[in-house]
Design a protein around this ligand. Structure first.
Ligand code: SF4
Ligand code: SF4
Length: 385
């Protein structure tokens, strides 16, 4: 296994981390996968309060096999369930009990939406609460996970003295969400970076459009699309560890094998060119040829143009229901229908996309019923304006 050093605290973290969101139904199989991962050198396990039965199963397996001290545990606080003083205490107590642990090594605010949500949490004195838990040694490192766009990410980086953060990052999303610019901004701030969705929910492994798959079928050396995609993420020296939601022992062994020698800078310029080609072909199979470069931003009417287009493109690549949910959640107050067709963005787009026209299409497709009531419900639940 390859280990990377957390420059903030000296932890040696395995380059491959076990993402515990999608454990299979079979407890015995899950136990074998976790033990195989530990034997293979994986020492970072990431769960969350809202992953069904994940904390409890992970805690029980580690305790029964006396492996708690062999691993670093990461867990997440759902901010939308923190509505008043005392809520975070209750959630943390439940997490520690489920995990059968006395402390959590890496603790994240789960899918922190942006500055508005952070301000709400600040009003509830959550930063002070987190600092107290850290002082007591119950939480060792405090960070956040993030799925929004770069304009929301950059202010969050400055919001408090974080110990680390977690982003979605893969070769297709190099310029989507916070993207490469977000990775570089976090690294410039000295923040260790955990990466989620290296395979974009498995789509870069098994859901590629045929022309993009052919790039990897003809590449040398022969590697699966998943291996190429993982190697691309590990290529980045800014990355501390990469989460993979593994659900077979074979997958655990295969990913551990790849992680062993996927060092920063290990891909050649010729190999990196293959990713550019694969990305182009995936984009060709998508609805709007937006590269997520952000040149069109900011929009004076607050439309998050790249986010609208990337989520719209996901409709072709990902589960429709989850994509629509992600749009409601991520677009927040930056949805396509806010476009007033002022045309200011047009002159900045290197892809010459007719942005207002295509946003109209996005709004037509993504914001039809039940968009409005679903959005109102989610925002009420999250206590956003
Ligand atoms: S045309 Fe629409 S998206 Fe472009 S800047 Fe104007 S309001 Fe924003
Ligand atoms: S400038 Fe064009 S390609 Fe770049 S993010 Fe905006 S719409 Fe996409």
């Amino acid at each position: 296994m390859q280990y990377r050093t957390n420059i903030k605290n000296g932890d040696k973290v395995s380059a491959l981390a076990f993402g515990c969101m999608r454990f299979g139904k079979d407890d015995a199989a899950t136990e074998r996968q976790i033990l195989t991962a530990i034997e293979g050198g994986v020492n970072y396990f990431d769960t969350a309060y809202v992953y069904p039965r994940s904390e409890e199963r992970l805690g029980r397996i580690l305790a029964n096999n006396k492996r708690r001290n062999a691993v670093l545990l990461a867990d997440k606080l759902p901010p939308y369930l923190v509505k008043k003083n005392g809520d975070a205490d209750k959630i943390l107590a439940t997490q520690l009990q489920r995990l059968q642990a006395e402390h959590i090594d890496y603790y994240l605010i789960h899918m922190l939406a942006g500055s508005t949500e952070w301000e709400r949490l600040r009003a509830l004195a959550l930063p002070e609460w987190l600092a107290r838990q850290k002082e007591k040694g119950v939480l060792r490192n405090i960070g956040f996970s993030f799925h929004g766009g770069l304009p929301e990410f950059l202010p969050l980086l400055q919001a408090t003295d974080w110990d680390f953060c977690m982003l979605q990052y893969n070769y297709y999303d190099e310029n989507q969400q916070a993207g490469r610019a977000g990775v570089e901004a976090a690294a410039a701030q000295g923040l260790p970076l955990m990466i989620m969705e290296p395979l974009r929910g498995g789509k870069l492994a098994t859901g590629l459009p045929p022309p993009a798959k052919a790039v990897w079928d003809h590449a040398f050396p022969r590697r699966s699309p998943a291996e190429w995609a993982l190697r691309w993420v590990w290529q980045h020296e800014e990355v501390l560890t990469v989460l993979s939601g593994m659900n077979s022992e074979e997958m655990v062994r295969e990913n551990a094998r790849v992680a062993a020698d996927a060092l920063p800078g290990s891909l050649s310029p010729e190999e990196l060119a293959l990713f550019t080609e694969a990305r182009r072909l995936i984009a060709a199979g998508t609805k709007v040829p937006c590269t997520g470069c952000n040149y069109c931003m900011p929009c004076p009417y607050a439309v998050d143009i790249p986010l609208c287009f990337s989520t719209y493109n996901d409709l072709a690549l990902q589960n429709r229901f989850l994509t629509l949910f992600a749009y409601i959640f991520r677009a927040q107050s930056h949805q396509a229908s806010l476009c007033r067709r002022c045309g200011q963005c047009l002159k900045h787009c290197p892809q010459r996309i007719d942005i207002p026209e295509r946003l109209k299409e996005v709004a037509r497709e993504m914001e039809k019923f039940p968009y409005k009531p679903a959005r109102a419900l989610i925002r009420r639940f999250m206590r956003l304006r």
